[in-house]
Design a protein around this ligand. Structure first.
Ligand code: PBG
Length: 318
């Protein structure tokens, strides 16, 4: 047997490639900041910016013309408070940015909304706190339910709960349905780990978090638990399930792909992005090849959809 026969030329390798990356599979996460007059560079994520409303509109239109699968919007408000009230305000930054995006692209591109309170709370946690400073799961669900409806009203095609509260998918699904938003889909951050790979994201959203999220995000030691979390979200009504981060968790992408028949997404997070950019800047790696291999590997592990800060760049190259 000579397996090398199938590697002899680019044409042969193209014929037998088992996996490919297409623009439609890529989702671009974007940050839109309140009160900016110019886009602001994020130093921990070279090449990524906090958008103004105007520059966000342009980036969303570009994403549509590149044929991306969607954009995932994060809001960076000027003022934060204990309950994250900016998230529920229809004129809050995330909601106006969703409306702008929807007005720009209509139904040509999927507009997705991060559904979480951490950008909006002054303590930086993903939910509201009880009198002992712990994240109050059930009180948070009520806020998430309302937030989902406000985001759908603003024009989101999909809402993406990322706060890892128990029962969040069910609470949001019930609220969307009750408000007449039966067609708004839920992309659930189903298996989301308490990961140091989110480090650069903290600057991107000007996070005020002290401490960590280990009482609600998953322990990186656990794999079976990820399947359990995913199956719960499927039972609660998730339309798409996500694993996050991606590259250190490819075993879970593969397990989740086997465990469910829904589309599976994976989030190529800020730390995965920053490490490649930093090493490339030093000339230590071939930047484009490492980017392509990273996203291909996430696809090969079983992700149908990849959220990546390189989405537009990759699509433009394809
Ligand atoms: C929470 C959220 C986070 C990320 C996406 N949504 C931060 C966290 O959970 O600590 C991280 C994304 C990235 O690192 O690229 N709203």
């Amino acid at each position: 047997m000579r397996p090398r026969r199938l590697r002899t030329s680019p044409a042969m390798r193209r014929l037998v490639a088992e996996t490919s990356v297409e623009p439609r599979q890529l989702v671009l996460p974007m940050f839109v900041a309140e009160g900016l007059t110019e886009p602001r560079a994020i130093s921990s994520m070279p090449g990524v910016v906090q958008h103004t409303r105007e520059s966000a509109r342009k980036a969303v239109a570009e994403a549509a013309s590149l044929g991306l699968g969607g954009v995932m919007l994060f809001g960076v408000p000027e003022h934060k408070d204990a309950t994250g009230s900016g998230a529920l305000d229809p004129s809050g930054i995330l909601n106006v940015a969703l409306a702008d995006a929807r007005q720009e692209v209509g139904d040509d591109l999927l507009v997705m909304a991060d559904l979480c309170l951490d950008e909006f709370t002054d303590h930086g946690h993903c939910g509201v706190l009880d009198d002992q400073g712990r994240v109050d799961n059930d009180a948070t669900l009520e806020v998430y339910a309302e937030m989902g409806v406000v985001q759908a009203d603003a024009g989101a095609h999909l809402v993406a709960p990322s706060g890892m509260q128990d029962g969040q998918v069910r609470a949001i699904r019930l609220a969307l349905d009750a408000a007449g938003h039966q067609d708004v889909a839920i992309l659930a951050y189903a298996a989301k780990y308490a990961s140091a790979f989110y480090g650069p994201f903290r600057e991107a959203v000007a996070s005020s978090l002290q401490g960590d999220r280990r009482t609600y995000q998953q322990d990186p030691a656990n794999a079976r638990e990820a399947v359990r979390e995913v199956l719960l979200d499927v039972a609660e009504g998730a339309d798409i399930v996500m694993v996050k981060p991606a590259l250190g968790y490819l075993d879970l992408v593969a397990r989740v792909r086997d465990a469910v028949d829904l589309p599976v997404a994976a989030y190529n997070v800020s730390g995965e992005y920053a490490m490649v950019e930093a090493a490339a800047e030093r000339g230590w790696i071939d930047r484009e090849r490492v980017i392509d291999e990273s996203v291909l590997s996430i696809r090969r592990a079983g992700a149908d959809i990849v959220l990546t800060y390189w989405a537009a760049e990759i699509a433009a190259r394809l």
